[in-house]
Design a protein around this ligand. Sequence first.
Ligand SMILES: Nc1ncnc2c1ncn2[C@@H]1O[C@H](COP(=O)(O)OP(=O)(O)O)[C@@H](O)[C@H]1O
Ligand SMILES: [Mg+2]
Length: 122
Amino acid sequence: MAHATDAPALLQARGVDKIFPGVRALDGVDFALRPGEIHALLGENGAGKSTLIKVITGVLRRDGGDLFLNGREIDPHAPAESERLGIAAVHQEAPARSTSAWLRTSSSGASRPASVLCGAER
Ligand SMILES: Nc1ncnc2c1ncn2[C@@H]1O[C@H](COP(=O)(O)OP(=O)(O)O)[C@@H](O)[C@H]1O
Ligand SMILES: [Mg+2]
């Protein structure tokens, strides 16, 4: 079996931008998630972790850059659309404690998660 980091990216973001009025939340984000990998997005409040998850899952529209799933360009406009592609986000809301968003992608509809991306904040 190939080492996880040699495998082609399951999910890839290339040069992703998201601009809100007065703030560039994402500035040319490059990211690759390969099968079986687990990534943690770490950053202070406002770093853009949630925005990246929201762009990947179609909650927010990106202003630039490209998204690929298994090498094919995707352009999710809504969470239901990304879910159909096998991308799922589980948002946790615990007031005064923590919030985190998990992204699971499963290849070809497999029920177990192929990869997990976790963004967490205090
Ligand atoms: N819906 C929104 N409207 C305007 N600004 C936003 C919105 N969502 C996030 N931002 C801004 O984008 C930046 C990144 O926010 P966010 O992705 O929530 O960061 P993190 O999850 O890392 O704390 C922050 O400056 C935040 O204020
Ligand atoms: Mg956040």
